[in-house]
Structure formats: structure tokens, C-alpha cells
Design a protein. Structure first.
Length: 259
């Protein structure tokens, strides 16, 4: 059954436009790099080439050539994986309305071979890039309560500023830890009760695990769901209309209140 699903997805993506997967950076997460690598490995299993656009707070600064020739700044790490150091790049494409949606077009043009563009950035920057888009942001967390608070804060920002209401979660911990289930349930409950948002699915990846260990079925499932939630070219359509929203009302942070 798994092979049939993977084969179907490969055929679906074969003649499609690039899909964008926004990942909310979380500086509180230990092993965030391993989470991104695991997700890219799941995409590679489907025969997809992924470009990681790394614009997180602690990500490397882009090359000085980025404003002149972005394509030459992309580093090919493997046949199915490329990397672009992009800290601060989305803000350089912000227009008078506060939208940086044009950044997606620039990246897509610079990497025509990419099937998936994974944009790793803060919630504030993602809100400017993918506001009102048909995409599903991926939250990162681990078992540290501070990382969970940070993940919820990213969800709150994106739901209020970008109108994005459905999320996935990838945690840096062993899949069999009971606390992981409790964290996912707590985020799901708070998303629904405080924001009207939905945590659709979640998975765990142990950053300390062997790189040669079999991929967890939950991670494969999460990767497929992220791809299916991002229709071909949806993040690029009508880019000029993507103006970040203003928050409708103040929403308390239940994680802060609980500690």
C-alpha cells in the first residue's frame, strides 16, 4: 500500500509546478537541522528534489551575490537536495503593503529543478511571504516547554497575521516518548480553543538516531500530507494579493499562563 501511494504521488508531481512548504523556525529546538534533513529525506523517497531556503534567525547570511544572481548562490548538497542561505532575504522583497510574496517567484525562477521549496523562516517573515496562501505551515518543537511555547507563538502569529489556520508539527524526540503525545494534544487543544486553528497531524524524529535507521511511517505520512496540502503553484498565484492581515483581537498565550 505504501509503495502504491508513493507511486501515485510521484506521478502526481511529475508534471506539476513547485510546491512550497513553509517551516516555522524555532530557536528553542535542539536538533532543528536534523528535523529538516529528515523531512527532506522523506521528500527524496518520493523522487522529489528539495531546495531548503534557510532564512531562520540563526541561519547563515546569504552571499553578496544574492541580489545579483540568486541561482549561483544555491548549493547542491546531493542529487535530491539543494540549500540556499537566506537570512534576511525575504525582507529585501517586501513591498509597500508589507508583502514579500514576490520572494517566492524569485526563488522559483532561480531553482527551476526544485520540486519542493522548503522555506524555513520566522513566523513574522513567513506571514509576509505566504499570507492567505493555500499552504500548511510546519511547526517545530521538542520536549522542552520553552520550545512548545515558541511553537504556539508561531501558530498564533501566522493565524492572526496571515490567515493560515491548519498546521502540522514535527518534534525532535524519540517517537515512543509519552510526553510527545501530550505535547501534540496540548497544542491541538490550544489551537482549537484559543485560535480557532487546527493541528492536523504530527510526527517525531530522534535527532540522536542513526542516519541509516528506517524512516518512521509517521514522518512519511506527515511529508505526504504537507505536499498534498500545497497544490502546485498555489503559493505563486495572484502574488500581488497577498497582503498580511492585521490581528483581529489579542489572544492570550495559554502556555505562558501555565508556567
Amino acid at each position: 500500500m505504501l509503495q502504491d501511494q508513493a507511486h501515485g504521488l510521484r506521478r502526481l508531481f511529475a508534471a506539476s509546478k513547485t510546491r512550497f512548504v513553509p517551516v516555522v523556525s524555532n530557536p528553542r529546538v535542539m536538533g532543528a537541522g536534523a528535523l529538516l534533513e529528515g523531512l527532506c529525506a522523506a521528500f527524496a523517497e518520493l523522487g522529489l528534489h528539495t531546495l531548503v531556503v534557510d532564512a531562520g534567525v540563526h541561519s547563515p547570511q546569504p552571499s553578496e551575490l544574492a541580489q545579483v544572481d540568486l541561482s549561483n548562490c544555491i548549493e547542491r548538497l546531493s542529487p535530491k537536495l539543494s540549500y540556499l542561505a537566506a537570512r534576511g532575504l525575504p525582507l529585501r522583497h517586501t513591498n509597500a503593503h508589507g508583502s514579500a510574496a514576490s520572494f517566492l517567484e524569485v526563488v522559483a525562477e532561480a531553482a527551476p529543478e526544485a520540486d519542493v521549496i522548503l522555506l524555513h523562516a520566522s513566523a513574522a517573515e513567513l506571514a509576509r511571504v505566504v499570507a492567505l496562501r493555500e499552504v500548511r505551515p510546519l511547526l517545530l518543537a521538542d520536549t522542552d516547554p520553552a520550545s512548545v511555547t515558541e511553537a504556539y507563538a508561531g501558530m498564533k502569529w501566522l493565524s492572526q497575521r496571515a490567515g493560515l489556520m491548519v498546521y502540522s508539527l514535527l518534534m525532535a524526540c524519540h517517537p515512543q516518548l509519552r510526553v510527545a503525545t501530550r505535547i501534540a494534544q496540548q497544542l491541538h487543544s490550544c489551537a482549537d480553543g484559543f485560535l480557532g486553528a487546527v493541528l492536523r497531524d504530527w510526527a517525531c524524529l530522534d535527532p540522536r538516531g542513526s542516519q541509516h535507521a528506517p524512516m518512521a511511517p509517521e514522518l512519511r505520512h506527515l511529508a505526504r500530507e504537507l505536499l498534498l496540502a500545497a497544490p502546485p503553484g498555489a503559493a505563486l498565484d495572484a502574488a500581488s494579493d497577498a497582503i498580511p492581515l492585521r490581528p483581529a483581537r489579542a489572544v492570550s498565550n495559554p502556555f505562558v499562563a501555565a508556567h
